[in-house]
Every structure is written in structure tokens, then in C-alpha cells.
Design a binder for this molecule. Structure first.
Ligand code: NAG
Ligand code: NAG
Ligand code: NAG
Ligand code: NAG
Ligand code: NAG
Ligand code: NAG
Ligand code: NAG
Ligand code: NAG
Length: 477
């Protein structure tokens, strides 16, 4: 049978009206609102990234799945919207989900959101699938929904299926929640993606500070361990930890498929910046575990909204298990080296106070090495102006913390007993991603300044020698 797909109406109803904050090398909306990355996959020679998308407005609204593809994970191009909320089982939103390739077919496994006042909160959420053989046009399954009700021991808050295959069986994990309103992740299995059996709870609240709702779970093996990465809401701030409204983090542990037993350590944040949420990972054909996050979060301000767009995704990051097996490290994927254009600088600079460079931060990669043993200064790092204030990335020798401060709103992490601090920093027109010491600490934040700022180095209360390299990064759009 041949399906001829005709898109009735508009594919992008709202246009970008001002480019002042548009990004040069990040996935962003072509106009309209985006949030969670969805459906990360590799199919027919291309990497696919989908995202929660409202094409009609720069605010959240009826959720579609937007779609971009790439052959190298660096240069992306827009494809037509993959999913519209146009069936009874997804009429109030094609919410988040994931993708899997099976027998030459790309299958999307997604949340159908249906508003129905009979339920708690006035909605219910179910699981649907859609398939494609060309990677462009998607056909919703005639038997949808494939998971029509949530587990009897849970509630209607039931979403964000993340699918994978193990030893011939498909699995999905979904977020939340127990009847007593705590976060948890549940597991289902299937032999064909269409008929699913509830396996049970994979992980849940255990009298710890892990919030009330767990969104966007991902479960995967990494370096011989298993990781459950999820986005809990309602976590309480704990010193330097959990500074944001919503948090994205993980448990590391061991897992037995036979008994569905996941024993794990404590919850750690995966990204410590001001704007990071709802990350999804997938396994590339070469075996790398690659992650992309939403480079914003609920409750954030979106100064680009009046310009006809809002939201962006992070650069792809490779995940590895730390040497001691307890943490996830995140580094920019190797392919991003191909974005480098001019080298602006490669030198050692003695900084006493503020040192202004002429290096523009419109689309720039910075490599900053600080030999801390020799540093007399108390605070040493880099900074640049914002519309009202500054963005600073620095090491505080007195507190032994790496700090990212945006208009004095501080995110920081203790890094003790290191002799050298290596920072690799990706700055785009309205975003910064800081990778410290091989990705053992990562900070992602958006920022807004009406002109392209230049980089300054600083050393307070003493002198510091810094080794600085910087490159311009090419535009992909
Ligand atoms: C967006 O731009 C397209 C192409 O220029 C135009 O046809 C369309 O009317 C514009 N939409 C709005 C809402 O202005
Ligand atoms: C809402 O759910 C109830 C209970 O399952 C069902 O009887 C009713 O038909 C649903 N209404 C709509 C509009 O879907
Ligand atoms: C894989 O599945 C087969 C058949 O279902 C089973 O016999 C075998 O024990 C499984 N292997 C592992 C490692 O679980
Ligand atoms: C950045 O440096 C360049 C080169 O010196 C200069 O022309 C430009 O005005 C500077 N920009 C700002 C915002 O200071
Ligand atoms: C840092 O080094 C000191 C001295 O070697 C040691 O006492 C301390 O426990 C170390 N701190 C950390 C956090 O490793
Ligand atoms: C970073 O990783 C490289 C290669 O794995 C290793 O040689 C180096 O020691 C690491 N550096 C730090 C600061 O951990
Ligand atoms: C910085 O490097 C210069 C040249 O190598 C050296 O003379 C100076 O003592 C160094 N300063 C500090 C604070 O390490
Ligand atoms: C992921 C998810 O379903 N979260 C929900 C958990 O339950 C609370 C309370 O009902 C909802 O507000 C969350 O949206």
C-alpha cells in the first residue's frame, strides 16, 4: 500500500522576528516553542532528534513532535513535523517519548495526553506508537494506545516512555508515581512493541530527597554498571545541590533482568547549571552513549519569546562512567571539533585583576587551564557582561569550589585537591556549557546580552597564570 501524506495547513505558523539571541550551532526551534528532546536514534544513515514542539506560539501549547536529522551529529536540518496531536488517544498532546529501530522500521513510542475531567488533574496519559520506513513520514499504529492504562498501584500521571531492547525483548521505563504521591519509575516489556506486560517498579522514592515526580526516565548500561537517569520535580535545595526548580540526575547501580532488581547508590545531578532538564540518551552505532538535554527548564525566563521562538537543546555529550564507578562524566562528542574555525589565541597570560581580550563570544570554544598549585589569587576565571550584570566562571581557592554565577545567582560544586583545573567551554549566542576536568562537573546555562560580548579573564586578590586557547565555532544553520 502506498500512503500519500499531505500536510494540510501550516508547518510553522509563527516566524522568528528577531535574530538577536538565535543560536549558531545548537538545535533550536525554527519558530515556536520547544522543550524535551525525544526519540534520539540512528536510522537509515542519519541521526534523528525529535523534540516537544508547539509550532503556533513561542509559549508551551499543543505538543507536536518536531524533527531534525544529521549525518554527523553536528549539522542538523529540519524535517516536517513528525507527530500532530490529531487522534482521540493523543488529542491534547503528543508528549515525550523515545525511538527504536526494529527490522528496518523506525518506531516512536510516545505519551498520548488526553484531557478528561474524570481523572485526577483532569487528564490521563497513555502510550502510543508510530512508525516510519523512510524516517520522514510517520504512521500512527491502528491499535493505539499500546499501553492503555497505568499500573493499578499507580496514578494517571504516567509518561515519557523510554524504549530499548535487550536479548530480543523490548523494554520501556516510564515516570511516576505511587498512590502516596512519591516519584518512581515503572518497567514494561514486549516482544513486538505493540503488546506490553507490566513488569513492576524499577526504582522509587526511599525516604530520601528525590522529589514527588520523576519525569523522563532513561535506563541504560554504562561501563559495566546500570544508570537510571531521570528528571525529578519537587526536590528540596540542599546546600550547593539542587539549586533549580527541577533537577536532572541519576542513580548508578547493578541490575538483574531476571528479577527486575536495581540496587543503586545516591542521587547525583548530571548537570549543575541554571538551565538543564529532561535529558535523553541513546546508543550510537559505534556504542557510545550520547545525551542531549533541554537547555532550559520549567519556570525559566525566555527573553527570546517576543522574537517568535523559545527553547533549545544542548550540544550532544558522550557519557562515560567515572574511574571509581560511582559517577557519570559528560564530555562534548568528538565530532564537535569539526565546528572549529579560526583560532583566536593560544597563549599563557598572567592576570592581575581584569584582563580584557578582544575575543568575541558569539560562537566560541574556550580552553582554559589553570595550574592551581601556583595560583596566588583567591578567585580566578573568566567573565563577560550580560544585559544587567555578568556571567562568571571561576575557581574559588578559598572554598575549593568551581562556580558559575549568572547575575550573582550562583551554581557551584566542590572540587577539592586538584592541582590543575581544565575548563572546556562552549559559548553560543545565548548559551554557555562548561565542562570541567574531563566532564566530571558540567554546567549549562542560558544568558542574554544585546551585543556580542568579548571575553575577559580575571584574578582577584592575587596573580594567576592562565593558559588560554579559543576558537570560533562555525554556524550550522
Ligand atoms: C511566516 O513566514 C511565511 C513565509 O515568509 C509566511 O508565508 C507566513 O505568513 C508567516 N507567518 C506569520 C504568522 O507571519
Ligand atoms: C473520560 O473517562 C471516563 C472514565 O474512563 C470515560 O467514561 C469518559 O468517556 C471519558 N471522557 C472523554 C471525553 O474521553
Ligand atoms: C536470552 O533469551 C533467551 C531466550 O529467551 C534465553 O534462553 C537466554 O537465557 C537469555 N539470555 C540472557 C543473557 O538473559
Ligand atoms: C570587542 O573587541 C573588538 C576588537 O577590539 C572591538 O572592536 C569591540 O568593540 C569589542 N566589543 C565590545 C562589546 O567591547
Ligand atoms: C585533600 O587532601 C588532604 C591532604 O592530603 C586530605 O586530608 C583531604 O582528605 C583531601 N580532601 C578530599 C576531599 O579529598
Ligand atoms: C582526562 O582524561 C584523559 C584521558 O582519559 C586523562 O589522560 C587525563 O588524566 C584526564 N584528566 C583529568 C584532569 O582527569
Ligand atoms: C607566571 O609566569 C611567569 C612567566 O613564566 C612567571 O615569571 C611568573 O612568576 C608566573 N606567575 C605566577 C603567579 O605563577
Ligand atoms: C512524570 C509525572 O507523571 N509526574 C506527575 C506525578 O504526579 C504529580 C502529582 O499528581 C503530577 O503533578 C506530575 O505531573
Amino acid at each position: 500500500m502506498i500512503f500519500i501524506v499531505i500536510f494540510v495547513g501550516k508547518t510553522s505558523a509563527i516566524n522568528v522576528t528577531n535574530n538577536r539571541y538565535r543560536l549558531n550551532y545548537h538545535i533550536m526551534s525554527p519558530g515556536g516553542w520547544i522543550n524535551d528532546p525525544n526519540g534520539l536514534s540512528y536510522f537509515n544513515g542519519q541521526y534523528h532528534v525529535f523534540f516537544q514542539y508547539n509550532p503556533d506560539s513561542s509559549s508551551w501549547g499543543p505538543m507536536h513532535w518536531g524533527h531534525v536529522v544529521s549525518t554527523d551529529l553536528v549539522h542538523w536540518k529540519y524535517l516536517p513535523i513528525a507527530l500532530y496531536p490529531d487522534h482521540s488517544y493523543d488529542k491534547d498532546g503528543c508528549f515525550s517519548g523515545s525511538a527504536i529501530v526494529n527490522n528496518g522500521v523506525l518506531s516512536l513510542v510516545y505519551t498520548g495526553n488526553v484531557n478528561n475531567g474524570s481523572f485526577d488533574g483532569g487528564f490521563y496519559q497513555i502510550v502510543n506508537i508510530a512508525t516510519s520506513t523512510d524516517g520522514v513520514n510517520f504512521q500512527k499504529f491502528s491499535g493505539n494506545p499500546v499501553i492503555a492504562t497505568w499500573p493499578v498501584d499507580g496514578t494517571n500521571n504516567f509518561r515519557d516512555p523510554k524504549v530499548w531492547q535487550n536479548n530480543g525483548t523490548f523494554y520501556v521505563v516510564l515516570g511516576n508515581q505511587s498512590k502516596d504521591r512519591h516519584g518512581r519509575v515503572v518497567l514494561y516489556k514486549s516482544s513486538d512493541l505493540k503488546t506490553w506486560t507490566y513488569v513492576g517498579v524499577l526504582a522509587e522514592y526511599n525516604n530520601d530527597n528525590t522529589g514527588t515526580m520523576w519525569e523522563c526516565p532513561n535506563f541504560f548500561s554504562l561501563g559495566g554498571k546500570y544508570a537510571l537517569l531521570f528528571s525529578p520535580q519537587g526536590i528540596e535545595r540542599d546546600g550547593d545541590r539542587f539549586g533549580n526548580l527541577d533537577v536532572n540526575g541519576y542513580f548508578i547501580g547493578d541490575y538483574q533482568y531476571a528479577t527486575n532488581e536495581f540496587t543503586h547508590g545516591p542521587f547525583y545531578e548530571i548537570d549543575l547549571g541554571h538551565d538543564f532538564y529532561a535529558a535523553q540518551m541513546f546508543q550510537a552505532p559505534d556504542g557510545r552513549s550520547i545525551l542531549i538535554g533541554w537547555m532550559d527548564m520549567w519556570g525559566a525566563q525566555f527573553p527570546e519569546q517576543p522574537d517568535g521562538w523559545a527553547g533549545a537543546l544542548t550540544i550532544p555529550r558522550e557519557l562515560t562512567l567515572s574511574a571509581d564507578g560511582t559517577r557519570i562524566n559528560m564530555s562534548p562528542i568528538a565530532e564537535l571539533l569539526t565546528l572549529r574555525g579560526n583560532q583566536y589565541i593560544n597563549s599563557n597570560i598572567e592576570v592581575d585583576g581584569v584582563y580584557n581580550t578582544n575575543i568575541p563570544l558569539g560562537s566560541t570554544e574556550i580552553l582554559l587551564q589553570i595550574a592551581l598549585v601556583n595560583v596566588q589569587a583567591r578567585k580566578v576565571g573568566l567573565k563577560f557582561p550580560l544585559n544587567n550584570g555578568e556571567l562568571r566562571v571561576y575557581y574559588d581557592k578559598q572554598t575549593q569550589k568551581l562556580v558559575v554565577s549568572r547575575k550573582k545567582v550562583v551554581r557551584q560544586v566542590a572540587i577539592n585537591n586538584i592541582s590543575v583545573l581544565n575548563l572546556r567551554i562552549f559559548v553560543d549566542r545565548s548559551s554557555i556549557e562548561v565542562f570541567a576536568n574531563n566532564g566530571s562537573a558540567v554546567f549549562t546555562s542560558r544568558f542574554y546580552v544585546d551585543y556580542i560580548p568579548n571575553l575577559s579573564l580575571f584574578a582577584e586578590y592575587g596573580v594567576a597564570n592562565l593558559s588560554l586557547q579559543a576558537f570560533s565555532l562555525n554556524k550550522i544553520w
